[in-house]
Design a protein around this ligand. Structure first.
Ligand code: UDP
Length: 241
């Protein structure tokens, strides 16, 4: 049975790692299909859903510019933004194949491939039950798609920002390195900043903090988790005022 959504409008941030197999890069068809099937259930439950795509499975501006001396850092970031469009296009087709109506909007104009991001138009699509995939981040270099997710959450008045990751939430330390790291079930924005926990970049966190947008960090690899997150279950860590 479908779980009843606890929110009316949700922004789901899918990192690039959602699109590939663990430890790999690029786009995996099976990962794409599994995430699309989960998203289909959400849409069937009636929640309005906007998705911000990451691009780290293809290219991260910061890493790329430091490893390639001849590419300007700004250029590398633009390349990273284009990577998110590649993911967005893949996700769009996979969702449509699963029977979900979608629109792709980009922060960098790309007529012929996607609509430009226009706030009111985005909201209208959401109201009509379409999933809006938001790609190309903010359209500006030197930030990440987490910042884009926080900004768009504010713009479209999302009730919550869901950050899908491959860990179960926010830990006191890196759980992959420290076996004694403990997971917080709830934590304040301030504590995340003070303890310097690597959740999302500080800019993104500040946007959410200023506007009281709750964030749920959770593991997307556990089937059903996205649906539980939208149903209001605390399956990871909630970041709240
Ligand atoms: N990026 C950018 N501006 C934005 C969003 C993203 O320059 O507003 C670039 C940045 O280089 C980033 C890359 O796009 O590294 C891919 O996005 P991100 O690293 O956030 O992807 P994720 O970690 O979610 O897979």
């Amino acid at each position: 049975p479908l779980l009843k959504p606890a929110y009316q409008r949700v922004l789901l941030k899918l990192s690039g790692e959602v699109f590939c197999r663990d430890g790999e890069g690029g786009i995996s068809m099976s990962e794409l299909e599994s995430i699309s099937a989960q998203i289909k259930r959400l849409v069937d439950s009636g929640v309005q859903l906007a998705i911000v795509c990451g691009g780290g499975n293809i290219l991260r501006g910061k890493q790329f510019s430091s490893s390639s001396g001849s590419i300007n850092p700004a250029t590398a970031h633009y390349m990273g933004m284009l990577a998110t469009v590649i993911n967005g296009l893949a996700l769009q087709d996979a969702l449509e194949m699963a029977g979900v109506a979608t629109r792709l909007q980009t922060a960098i104009r790309m007529e012929g491939v996607a609509e430009p991001f226009i706030r009111r138009r985005c909201i209208r699509h959401l109201e009509k039950g379409r999933v809006v995939i938001l790609a190309a981040g903010t359209g500006s270099p030197f930030v990440t798609t987490d910042t884009a997710a926080a900004l768009r959450s504010r713009e479209i008045d999302a009730d919550i920002l869901l950050k899908a990751t491959k860990v179960d939430g926010i830990y006191s330390d890196d759980p992959e390195k420290n076996p004694h790291a403990v997971r917080f079930s709830e934590i304040s924005y301030q504590d995340v900043l003070h303890k310097n926990l690597q959740v999302m970049d500080a800019q993104a966190l500040h946007h959410c903090m200023e506007h009281g947008i709750p964030i749920l960090v959770f593991n997307f690899r556990k089937t059903g988790n996205i649906e539980k997150a939208v149903a209001g279950e605390n399956i990871g860590t909630r970041v709240i005022p």
